[in-house]
Every structure is written in structure tokens, then in C-alpha cells.
Design a protein around this ligand. Structure first.
Ligand SMILES: [Zn+2]
Length: 114
């Protein structure tokens, strides 16, 4: 990006312009406090441990909310953690479910037929 004050090219993540010292857009972004608390992110995070699918859905909504300007990224990490935890436990239960079904199918076929 380019400095609004002197027009020199500055690093994308720079908070102030190294050339003239004027704050960049990143400065205002990092300094602004969130206007709204993203409580949904915490709800989704906790739910992901107990009600996997609900936790996943709520975490995704909270993650999308966190990107909105009024939330200013609040709860983004909790939402992301909620998505990962529920996705992993969903994947694990899916794998376990397949393993159990395979075992059961094999067990039924092993039964002697009269
Ligand atoms: Zn500058």
C-alpha cells in the first residue's frame, strides 16, 4: 500500500509510514476498540465441546460476525477455535461411525447361517 501523506510505498502491515511517520490505515484499525462484544463466539466455542453440530454452525456465524466492522475482529479466535474443535470431533465421530459399522457388518457375516 501507499502512504496517504507522502505517497511512498509502505509495508502492508505497517502501522506508521517509515518515511514520514504518519499513521497508516492499519493504525486506526488496530487502535479502534470493538463496538460490540462477539458473545456468540464464546457460545459457539463452548457448544463445540458438547453439541458438535450446533457449535460448528454458531462458530461459523460468529466468525463471519467478527469480520464485520462493528465487531472489529472481537471473538475471532474463539470462533475459529470453535470451528476447528467441532470440525475435528465431527470428523472423529464420522470415522468412528464408519469403523463401528464395518465391524458390525463383518460380525453379522461371521454368524453361522442355519
Ligand atoms: Zn509517508
Amino acid at each position: 500500500m501507499y502512504c496517504k501523506n507522502c505517497g511512498k510505498e509502505v509495508n502492508e502491515n505497517a502501522v506508521i509510514c517509515p518515511n514520514c511517520g504518519v499513521p497508516t490505515d492499519n493504525y486506526t484499525k488496530s487502535a479502534a476498540a470493538p463496538e460490540q462484544k462477539n458473545t456468540l463466539a464464546l457460545v459457539g466455542f463452548i457448544l463445540s465441546f458438547f453439541v458438535t453440530i450446533a457449535g460448528l454452525v454458531i462458530s461459523i456465524i460468529a466468525y463471519k460476525n467478527a469480520k464485520k466492522p462493528e465487531y472489529n475482529g472481537d471473538g475471532k479466535n474463539f470462533a475459529l477455535a470453535g470451528i476447528i474443535i467441532s470440525a475435528v470431533s465431527l470428523g472423529l465421530s464420522l470415522i468412528l461411525g464408519i469403523i463401528y459399522s464395518v465391524i458390525w457388518i463383518n460380525f453379522i457375516y461371521m454368524l453361522p447361517m442355519y
